[in-house]
Design a protein around this ligand. Structure first.
Ligand SMILES: NC(=O)C1=CN([C@@H]2O[C@H](COP(=O)(O)OP(=O)(O)OC[C@H]3O[C@@H](n4cnc5c(N)ncnc54)[C@H](OP(=O)(O)O)[C@@H]3O)[C@@H](O)[C@H]2O)C=CC1
Ligand SMILES: O=C(CO)COP(=O)(O)O
Length: 331
């Protein structure tokens, strides 16, 4: 059986904090890279993350914090990346030490900007990490609900099933059930696309479309996701699985979803800038929309929902106009 060794979290937001809670429960020792020294000082003093999921308390003796990514990468065997995608490259630029021998798990639901690569592919192409050392963490899992220990199902994707299972075993608890999968790239793309569709759901809600329409939007969203996945990564998969459809539904419907909240503001007439300022937290789908639109320029998949959200967010076309056009194309 594969041994994940010493585990570290890279990132200091809400999902990083929720994953840290799950992992440290099992390992009782965790490395943690955060960018801000003041946040680490406050965390040590208070016993909880001062800015995210403040209700989750930790035994700080079990946590080894550092603002030095090189120190963390040198010391730990398994690295769980949970920084929002727009900042990943900047964190990695500081690396002076090799990471190709580490077991890298990305819990990021975004695309690496400019490169337009899913995170596992970025680690493979730029840092020479072999596919067998690359995993992703997906599934319907709002950090806030994990913090409350509400039953959640996570999927660990890795081409090496022993490694996926080893990390899944570390996550498994009374309130976390786990599955493994070999569809790393498919899960990563699905995790990005569901954010775009949750923004669409929010926009429609802001425009006062009702539940009847939302369900048609979700049905069309899973069809669009499925078409894209079949084209870019044609393997045998069941998009009804919770890591695809489940994550789409939770993000499209839950009030915890930042992407949906962001979309709702856009539907109500906020500008992108003012919605982002109001949000305070990251809505990955904003960045994901642009990256997916650029990726799809080469893939030529029929993606009317992605196109509509791109036009609203980046071409400043009125949400009313775009969503009306979309409704006419739905079945
Ligand atoms: N939240 C959730 O329920 C889930 C999130 N995810 C994914 O996890 C990833 C992280 O999201 P999440 O934890 O929710 O993020 P949050 O919105 O909770 O936190 C944002 C994080 O980004 C950091 N940050 C903000 N501005 C900058 C900057 N300019 N440069 C570098 N870092 C910055 C913040 O650091 P600081 O505090 O120092 O400002 C903080 O660590 C995303 O890809 C998301 O899709 C996946 C599943 C569930
Ligand atoms: O990925 C998530 C739930 O699985 C979190 O979605 P939001 O980023 O929209 O909150």
């Amino acid at each position: 059986m594969y041994d994940c060794g010493k585990i570290a979290i890279i990132g200091g937001g809400s999902w990083a904090t929720a994953i840290a809670k799950i992992v440290v429960q099992h390992t009782h020792q965790l490395g943690w890279y955060m960018r801000r020294e003041d946040r680490i000082d406050d965390f040590r003093r208070l016993g909880h993350n001062p800015a995210y999921l403040i209700g989750v308390h930790f035994d700080v003796n079990e946590l080894s914090f550092s603002t030095d990514i090189n120190k963390i990468v040198d010391t730990y065997d398994t690295l769980v990346f949970v920084t929002p995608s727009p900042y990943l490259k900047n964190h990695l630029k500081k690396l002076k030490t090799r990471i190709k021998d580490k077991f890298i798990i990305t819990a990021i639901k975004g695309i690496v900007p400019d490169e337009n690569l899913v995170c596992s592919e970025y680690f493979h192409q730029v840092y020479d990490v072999p596919y067998s050392n690359l995993a992703c963490l997906g599934g319907p899992s709002h950090a806030e609900e994990v913090a409350l220990e509400r039953l959640s199902y996570l999927t660990v994707g890795c081409s090496d099933n022993e490694k996926a299972q080893a990390f899944a075993d570390i996550l498994t608890s009374d309130y976390i059930k786990t599955k493994t999968s070999s569809d790393v790239v498919g899960i990563e793309y699905a995790s990005v696309l569901k954010n775009v569709y949750a923004i669409a759901a929010g926009i429609c809600s802001g425009l006062k479309y009702g539940d009847n329409f939302q369900s048609v939007l979700m049905s069309n969203s899973i069809q669009e996701m499925s078409r894209f996945l079949r084209t870019v990564h044609p393997i045998d998969r069941n998009v009804d699985d919770s890591v695809y459809l489940g994550d789409l539904l939770v993000t499209g419907y839950s009030n915890f979803s930042r992407n949906r909240v962001f979309g709702t503001m856009i539907g109500k007439g906020y500008s992108v800038k003012s919605a982002q300022i109001e949000m305070e937290m990251i809505a990955e789908g904003f960045f994901g929309t642009k990256c997916m639109k650029e990726i799809n320029r080469h893939c030529h998949v029929n993606m009317p929902i992605l196109d509509a959200i791109y036009n609203i967010l980046y071409e400043r076309i009125s949400p009313q106009v775009e969503i009306k056009l979309l409704t006419d194309s739905f079945r």
